[in-house]
Design a protein around this ligand. Structure first.
Ligand code: SF4
Length: 75
């Protein structure tokens, strides 16, 4: 399971970064994005694998996003 933010929809409210602070951050554009954990990639808002540890927070953040901007990709 992976997740990323649809920046075309995000309004930058910051809720997801409060709920899942290890997974999402606010970028330079004022919108949420996944935190890049891949030191070999500078891609912004990369689809990030959801670990068991992050799963509850990320799914809570997706449920709580007021505009449904968090895309959870089932595999
Ligand atoms: Fe954007 Fe949704 Fe996160 Fe708010 S909760 S910053 S709208 S992705």
């Amino acid at each position: 399971m992976k997740a990323k933010v649809n920046k075309d929809i995000c309004i930058g409210c910051g809720a997801c970064t409060a709920i899942a602070c290890n997974f999402f951050e606010i970028g330079d554009d004022g919108l949420a994005q996944t935190i890049n954990t891949d030191e070999n990639s500078e891609e912004i808002n990369k689809e990030r694998v959801i670990t068991e540890e992050d799963k509850a927070d990320v799914l809570d953040a997706a449920d709580g996003c007021p505009v449904g901007a968090i895309e959870v990709i089932e595999e």
